[in-house]
Design a protein around this ligand. Structure first.
Ligand code: ATP
Length: 227
């Protein structure tokens, strides 16, 4: 009997400044719901559409590593830290596609907030040629009803999860997961104000922040949605 094809590989890109339970719970839920073989959290080195975070890429990746310590299905993918220049998702997906080969299903996971700005991403029209895109709901954000992204969604959206397995790339799926209203922006603001962020992120990440005295700058400000 032929063995079943391996499950899709998922990639969740972000700044992870810092990683929090909104990222982690969404990652586990999407992994199980879509029966992904694994999911990689991929911290960017230099975000293309926002100011460089004051916390180094090494610190952000180290916190992702700590957060994933006990969950082998989730991994930290450091490729963007090893490349110079802006961290374009399309370049990372092209590299991963090259490693996986043309047949393996690959899924880029995005929150609703990231989807709204997708058309500002470098070569965004090429993304579906490399991967499927799975959009996950995020409290406070709605799918666009009109405009370029709404039209693009209409054109590519599938409601059938099986489409992630029947082709290696090319579909957009929208998933409602457990809503967790947690953001890195809020965590940075709380820390800058000297308030507790306990239970918003894993304890080892909190210990790392305290040990390295991260995010203590007074007047941390909110930033625009990420690429
Ligand atoms: P910031 O507040 O600094 O913008 P963030 O909390 O949005 O950060 P990112 O690292 O920018 O975190 O997010 C990476 C990816 O995870 C994005 O696609 C984002 O939409 C998604 N994401 C972040 N937080 C959540 C959450 N609470 N629920 C669902 N998706 C999330």
């Amino acid at each position: 009997m032929p063995s079943a094809a391996p499950g899709p590989v998922g990639v969740l890109g972000g700044t992870f400044n810092p990683v929090h339970l909104g990222h982690l719970r969404s990652a586990v839920e999407v992994l199980e719901r879509l029966q992904l073989a694994s999911l990689r959290l991929m911290p960017c080195a230099v975000p293309p559409h926002r100011e460089a975070p004051e916390c180094s890429a090494q610190d952000r990746a180290a916190m992702v590593d700590l957060a994933l310590r006990d969950e082998p299905r989730l991994q930290c993918d450091r490729r963007e830290l090893e490349r110079s220049g802006p961290s374009y998702t399309v370049d990372s997906l092209a590299e991963i596609r090259g490693e996986l080969g043309p047949q393996r299903s690959l899924c880029l996971i995005l929150g609703f907030d990231a989807l709204l700005h997708l058309d500002s991403w470098h070569r965004w029209q090429d993304l579906l040629g490399l991967a499927h895109i799975v959009v996950i709901a995020r409290p406070g954000w709605e799918l666009p009803q009109q405009g370029v992204i709404a039209d693009w969604l209409k054109q590519h959206r599938s409601t059938d999860r099986a489409s992630l397995r029947s082709a290696p790339n090319g579909c957009v799926l929208v998933e409602e997961l457990r809503p967790l209203d947690i953001s890195s922006t809020e965590i940075r603001a709380l820390l800058a104000a000297g308030r507790s962020v306990r239970y918003l992120l894993p304890e080892p990440v909190l210990s790392y922040i305290e040990h390295h005295q991260l995010y203590q700058r007074v007047g941390a400000q909110s930033e625009p949605a990420e690429q």
